[in-house]
Ligand binder design. Structure first.
Ligand SMILES: C[S@@+](CC[C@H](N)C(=O)[O-])C[C@H]1O[C@@H](n2cnc3c(N)ncnc32)[C@H](O)[C@@H]1O
Ligand code: SF4
Length: 469
């Protein structure tokens, strides 16, 4: 269902909120929003139009004086969204877990309020519930996460390095990350690596010239361990920064071998991920993820021998899975006890095969799954440390990373909270520059596709050098 806003600046956020109440195809009526400000008082008007029938909802608010234009716009937007939330909630008799909040980064939103002195840390849950209609457990989760992010260092010279390998052994059908099946790009992988190494060398010079210090490295994708032993060594031998944390997202257990783990260890990789997504093998087949539980267990046991910090990703709401299956996945994870567990909620993404999947997604069971994961992990000494939300995520829910025994992933916190610059290398990588004092962020993307990246590597390098200079 579409909303039309007279002030176009607010339409996208208002539409995001409408989408959380109604699916695109539901079309019971149309919505129109307008606003007018006279003498410091703003009138927000929502019209719900159903054929000949029109119903009007009006709300007044005023803003504190002496706001910057950016802050004023942001507060107006919050007030309009709160108004829309109240109207849609009363019409549908539904509440949303995150109330009127639609953004990707709920913790960042709140941290900035604390930094501006608008709310005291211990009052965050109360404020989120009262002012944004956030459910109590989510509001408390935000406070817990903020308190577990003490490793944040805001220093414009301290940066993270991200290297993208957008290649996978095969495609999983729920995934819409831009990643290529190995068989379709096998003849380009070496040239892609040549270009990555060229970009890495240019970045090395940039780092020295501008006195940047790399705090963490993250090689992600895709599935970086899809590279051969030789290719992996070529890449890693070019990266020799003394960092606090060095992650390689292995992900698919079917790409992990003892030799590859040995190579990762030799080049000082400290953290890897081995992602089951689920321990139900019939689901794995259904979602086209070609790995077995045996492969996951073997990879995990080997990783333990090499003393890696291990993360495991799972997804709540995979097709065909009811609560009982998800619960078994959580309980199996607890037996394995990896250092990090990331609980995703299924996101319907354009371009995935999932929409055509005959298997049912039991959407109504997903909030219970996510609650069970949170409650059980916390009872078993895991703590939540980063969070993000995506569009089209079932039930308007979220993704949460948990850690045990102090093993947070600094890169995940930095990138989700937007507190540190990132030098992004490779196809699809996005560089981010954070200007802490000015409270400003700029982004510079590389080409998305491997072939374009190869063709335009010199342009990518020149852009990056200029961006960080
Ligand atoms: C960048 S992806 C890739 C990681 C690695 N290639 C793998 O598959 O194990 C990181 C994580 O996002 C999650 N993910 C991917 N697509 C998703 C979707 N449609 N809904 C929810 N989570 C998703 C998965 O848990 C996945 O492990
Ligand atoms: S989920 Fe991971 S392995 Fe599967 S297609 Fe996406 S990036 Fe590749």
């Amino acid at each position: 269902m579409k909303i039309v806003c007279e002030n176009i600046d607010y339409e996208k956020d208002m539409q995001d909120l409408v989408n959380l109440f109604y699916r695109e195809t539901d079309n019971p009526f149309s919505i129109h929003h307008s606003d007018v400000t006279i003498g410091g008082t703003t009138t927000s008007k929502i019209e719900i139009i159903n054929g000949e029938e029109k119903k009007e909802y009006v709300k007044f608010f005023s803003l504190p004086p002496n706001l910057t234009p950016l802050r004023e716009k942001s507060l107006r937007k919050s007030n309009f969204k709160n108004h829309l939330y109240q109207v849609l909630s009363s019409i549908t008799k539904k509440s949303l877990p995150w109330g009127s909040l639609t953004g990707v980064r709920p913790c960042k939103f709140v941290r900035e309020m604390v930094e501006r002195g608008e709310v005291k840390e211990h009052l965050i849950p109360e404020m989120l519930m009262k002012e944004y209609y956030v459910e109590e457990d989510k509001a408390r989760l935000v406070l817990d996460i903020l308190r577990n992010q003490k490793c944040i260092i805001k220093n414009d010279k301290l940066v993270d390095l991200f290297i993208n390998i957008p290649i996978c052994p095969t495609r999983c059908n729920y995934c819409s990350f831009i990643s290529n099946e190995l068989c379709k790009v096998a003849d380009k992988v070496d040239t892609y690596l040549d270009c990555l190494l060229k970009e890495l060398r240019a970045v090395k010079k940039l780092i020295a010239d501008k006195s940047y210090v790399i705090r963490t490295i993250y090689i992600g994708g895709g599935t970086p361990t899809v590279l051969t032993n030789l290719q992996l060594e070529r890449l890693l031998s070019e990266i020799n920064y003394p960092v606090t944390e060095f992650t390689v997202e292995c992900g698919r257990a079917d790409t992990i071998t003892r030799e590859k783990l040995e190579i990762l260890k030799r080049y000082n990789v400290s953290r890897i991920s081995i992602n089951p997504q689920t321990f139900c093998e019939s689901t794995l087949k259904r979602i086209g993820r070609k790995q077995t539980n045996k492969q996951i267990l073997e990879a995990y046991m080997m990783a333990m021998e090499y003393d890696f910090v291990v993360n495991m990703d799972i997804i709540a709401g995979l097709p065909g899975e009811k609560f009982g299956i998800f619960k078994r996945t959580i309980n199996t994870l607890l037996e394995l006890s990896p250092h990090n567990i990331t609980v995703h909620t299924l996101t319907y993404k354009n371009g995935t095969d999932l929409k055509d999947d005959n298997s049912q997604v039991f959407e109504k069971e997903v909030p219970r799954m996510v609650d069970y994961a949170e409650k059980t992990l916390i009872e078993n000494d895991y703590k939540p440390y980063y969070i993000y939300r995506q569009k089209n995520q079932i039930g308007g829910l979220e993704n949460v990373g948990y850690y045990r025994d102090g093993n947070v992933c600094i890169f995940n916190i930095d990138s989700m909270e937007d507190v540190s610059s990132v030098i992004g290398i490779g196809a699809g990588a996005i560089s981010k520059r954070v200007f802490n004092l000015e409270n400003r962020i700029e982004r510079e993307p590389n080409c998305k596709f491997i072939t374009d990246y190869i063709d335009r590597i010199d342009e990518m390098i020149a852009k990056k050098v200029k961006f960080f200079s």
